[in-house]
Design a protein around this ligand. Structure first.
Ligand code: PMM
Length: 292
């Protein structure tokens, strides 16, 4: 008889100090920025960001990822003082409300303040390349570290989207960054990799990575994937005139990919709409039970 789904029944990866529900984790995004592509400006006031995060928790988010810097192509970086002003009150309040908080930053100084305010995971989209002190700081603080594939800040990343074979090169470059993370003292069970979809990657590069994620599994580390509302989905769903589907209307496609990612035991997905993606993870987890 035909199989319901091609699944690998190996247990899902776990990371010390973070939730371990036995299924793909759903990380809810809270951008405390005026200019993020997906939700820029909506949660810029701390009180709005906190209210939004509490809604995401009520929808079932396992982790809330708080960021104060937009990484959209061409974005201008806030200085450190402004970044701290945006994220620290939000992290403090969410931690007090019982959330597991991750800090999305490229600055070691922000990590130090964020962990003091209660953050339990570092999400560094630069994979340790934007701030030379980042990896040693995460190591000293003993927090799990997301090492994303990255080739430069927002003003350079589009021109660096050039690859012979994007999957092979992302695997090689991530391997180098992970080796550095281990050398700097981050525990081997606390490094999470992320292919960095949309960061110095065209839509075609993103699809190739998603088609061949098993080649990144070879690194033997938990993987976080962020597809939610990204431009490659807008292009896929463009209207008859070729206009990309606007970001807030890409959630169904994002959840479709979450189902695929959860079926293949991806450690976590980073998403804007938690409810849809938690449902997608529930469907995949149930299917895996049937297939077992
Ligand atoms: N994408 C964005 C921001 N942070 N972090 C990780 N680990 N992976 C991602 O793919 C990622 C990220 C950009 O999306 P947003 O502006 O909607 O937050």
């Amino acid at each position: 008889m035909a199989r319901v789904a091609q699944v690998d029944n190996a247990a899902i990866a776990t990371v010390p100090g973070l939730p371990q529900p036995g299924r793909t984790l759903v990380i809810g995004v809270v951008n405390v920025t005026p200019d993020s592509f997906s939700d820029g400006g909506r949660w810029f006031e701390p009180a709005d960001a906190i209210r939004h995060a509490l809604d995401l928790m009520a929808e079932g988010a396992d982790i809330i990822d708080v960021g104060g810097e937009s990484t959209r192509p061409g974005a201008v970086r806030p200085d450190q003082t402004e970044e701290l002003r945006r994220v620290i009150p939000v992290i403090r309040e969410l931690t007090a409300a019982g959330a597991v908080v991750s800090i999305d930053t490229m600055r070691a100084s922000v990590v130090t303040a964020a962990v003091a305010a209660g953050a339990r995971m570092v999400n560094d989209v630069s994979g340790g390349q934007a701030d030379p002190a980042m990896m040693a700081t995460a190591a000293d603080l003993g927090v799990p570290y997301v090492c994303m594939h990255w080739r430069g800040h927002a003003d350079q990343m589009q021109s660096r989207a050039v690859y012979r074979d994007v999957v092979v090169e992302v695997a090689e470059e991530l391997t180098r960054q992970v080796e550095r993370a281990l050398k700097e003292g981050i525990a081997a069970d606390s490094v999470i990799i992320d292919p960095g979809l949309g960061f110095a990657k065209t839509a075609e590069h993103n699809w190739q990575l998603l088609q061949r994620l098993d080649e990144l599994d070879a690194l033997g580390l938990p993987m976080l994937v962020g597809v939610s509302r990204k431009k490659f989905l807008g292009l896929l769903l463009a209207d008859a005139d070729g206009q990309p589907r606007p970001a807030p209307h890409r959630d169904d496609a994002s959840a479709a990919l979450t189902t695929v990612l959860a079926l293949r035991q991806t450690w976590a997905v980073r998403v804007h709409s938690v409810r849809q993606n938690r449902d997608a993870v529930a469907v995949a987890a149930r299917l895996r039970d049937i297939a077992r």
